[in-house]
Unconditional design. Structure first.
Length: 196
């Protein structure tokens, strides 16, 4: 599949996923959030990580706020994404969620004065997406921020996905960067990138 049809296919898939996410029952969202949280904090890579980066979940994304608070309570150094023009993403440190302010698309983000964590010092990054497949590929929101950010860093990468949304295989482009682990409310797929 060449580049233009592939981009069109991914754009259509994003529309389908937005509709599927909107149709999920509230009870399932709550149960799924609980299960994903418990799976994430039980992960040995999470327990061992000193420096982690986690996105701030909004709307019906898998809830990361409990994960952020658990990491802060455990004394980990926690960074959240900070978006700059040109598709540049930085990991900026936070000590408490009350430090955040609305940024791009109204999503809470660290202040522009928050210290920057060098990407090569991150041990674990939890990566946002509309969903994942079982080999760690993702359908993100289309900006490419994380693909550029993750391209050359050694951190262990984790994707959170609701079981009802996960796919067996997603379309990918050469620039797409897969995660190393996918967590759903019922499963932890370790080293999934090696299954491709």
């Amino acid at each position: 599949m060449d580049a233009t049809p592939l981009k069109d296919h991914k754009a259509k898939l994003r529309e389908i996923l937005h509709d599927e996410i909107a149709a999920l029952p509230d009870g399932y969202i709550a149960d799924s959030n609980r299960g994903i949280y418990l799976q994430a904090v039980s992960l040995k890579r999470f327990a061992d990580a000193r420096n982690i980066m986690v996105y701030y979940s909004v709307r019906r994304e898998p809830d990361t706020i409990r994960i952020i608070n658990a990491a802060l309570s455990a004394g980990k150094t926690v960074a959240l994404p900070y978006c700059l023009r040109g598709g540049i993403l930085q990991a900026r440190l936070v000590c408490n969620l009350i430090e955040l302010k609305p940024a791009v698309l109204g999503i809470p983000a660290p202040m522009d004065t928050a210290p920057i964590m060098p990407p090569d010092e991150l041990d674990l990054v939890i990566v946002p997406a509309l969903t994942y497949d079982r080999t760690g590929n993702r359908i993100g929101y289309g900006g490419g921020y994380y693909d550029r950010f993750l391209k050359d860093i050694p951190a262990y990468t984790v994707g959170l996905a609701r079981e009802r949304l996960i796919r067996d295989k997603l379309p990918i482009e050469p620039r797409d960067v897969a995660v190393k682990c996918v967590i759903t409310e019922t499963d932890i797929i370790m080293d999934c990138h090696s299954q491709v």
